[in-house]
Write a protein that binds this ligand. Structure first.
Ligand code: SF4
Ligand code: SF4
Length: 294
């Protein structure tokens, strides 16, 4: 993969994952059916069969059958789900955070708009992150930011409520503007959370709060084979101190420092920024296995 395509590829994977999140309940890939109160997984009702167990005769075979079903249908899926992020972390570090996480994607969108309007990524930061857009040209960004501030939390509320109530019902209520209490509560609750996390918390959530992120961070840190960003000390002499690698880093990592940083999400934006400044051969950063990094 050419270094200069990283940003485009990352936006593509982020967009595809968001589309998956939007359409998964519509396609019955994963949702709860509120009418039957059952879990739908890939179009089929996911039953652990305990009700069936109540009507079976007490015999060793029947008890073994129910216990086996419970293990396969209830415990095993949980073990698999809970092990996804540790395994991902051990192999790819925080790659999921940087390339797929829909919440991280929204944080980056609002970071982008904040830089354009205020000249810094985060209003709680003291230093300017980047020159913003000149005052006379900020209006389109301000209008777009206001639209996003209102529409994205509400849209997220509608989409996520569709995981708990049939999404056709939810969208039907949105179109007719007539809501049942549960749907209204779901949309408003998720919208408030999304508004607060995108406006105020942003990547602080990734660093200190998100369980999936913390698991990838921990297992990626201890694994010698996890993916990392390698800084080549032999090439540092070519650095022009343009600071592009620091400006693009939404996790506030300083990749030029010759040390591993647990907050790096392997987005690769610093690789692309440095390649644009120095060219592919002199670029100081690359993806590498953890054991080969300082
Ligand atoms: S250090 Fe580089 S790869 Fe890591 S988060 Fe920052 S920009 Fe992304
Ligand atoms: S982008 Fe490359 S050249 Fe610019 S400051 Fe970072 S390491 Fe140096």
């Amino acid at each position: 993969m050419p270094n200069t395509h990283i940003h485009f590829l990352r936006r593509t994977t982020q967009l595809l994952f968001i589309l998956l999140i939007i359409f998964a309940p519509f396609l019955d890939i994963l949702r709860i059916d509120s009418d039957t109160r059952s879990l739908i997984v890939f179009g089929k009702e996911w039953s652990i069969g305990l009700e069936e167990g109540f009507y079976l005769k007490k015999s060793f075979e029947n008890i073994s059958y129910v216990a086996w079903r419970f293990f396969v249908k209830a415990l095993l899926p949980w073990i698999v789900i809970l092990s996804i992020f540790p395994i991902l972390g051990a192999l790819t570090g925080r790659f999921f955070c940087g390339w797929f996480c829909p919440e991280g994607t929204l944080f980056e969108l609002f970071d982008f708009l904040t830089v354009r309007i205020f000249g810094r990524r985060n209003l709680f930061m003291k230093k300017s992150n980047d020159p913003g857009v000149p005052a006379g040209k900020r209006a389109p960004y301000i209008i777009f930011a206001l639209l996003c501030m209102i529409s994205i939390p509400l849209f997220t509320g509608v989409v996520l409520t569709g995981y708990f109530v049939n999404p056709r019902t939810v969208w039907g209520q949105v179109i007719n503007w007539e809501f049942t209490f549960g749907v209204k509560a779901g949309i408003i609750g998720v919208a408030i959370y999304t508004f607060i996390s995108t406006m105020i918390i942003r990547h602080t959530l990734c660093k200190y709060i998100c369980g999936a992120g913390l698991m990838q961070m921990l297992f990626g840190w201890v694994s010698p084979i996890s993916l990392r960003i390698k800084t080549d000390p032999a090439k540092l002499a070519a650095c022009t101190d343009c600071k592009a690698c620091e400006k693009v880093c939404f996790m506030n990592v300083k990749p030029r420092l010759l040390r591993k940083d647990i907050n790096c999400v392997n987005c690769g934006e610093c690789i692309e920024a440095c390649t644009k400044e120095l060219g592919a051969k002199k670029c100081i950063f690359s993806f590498a296995k953890s054991k080969s990094c300082t």
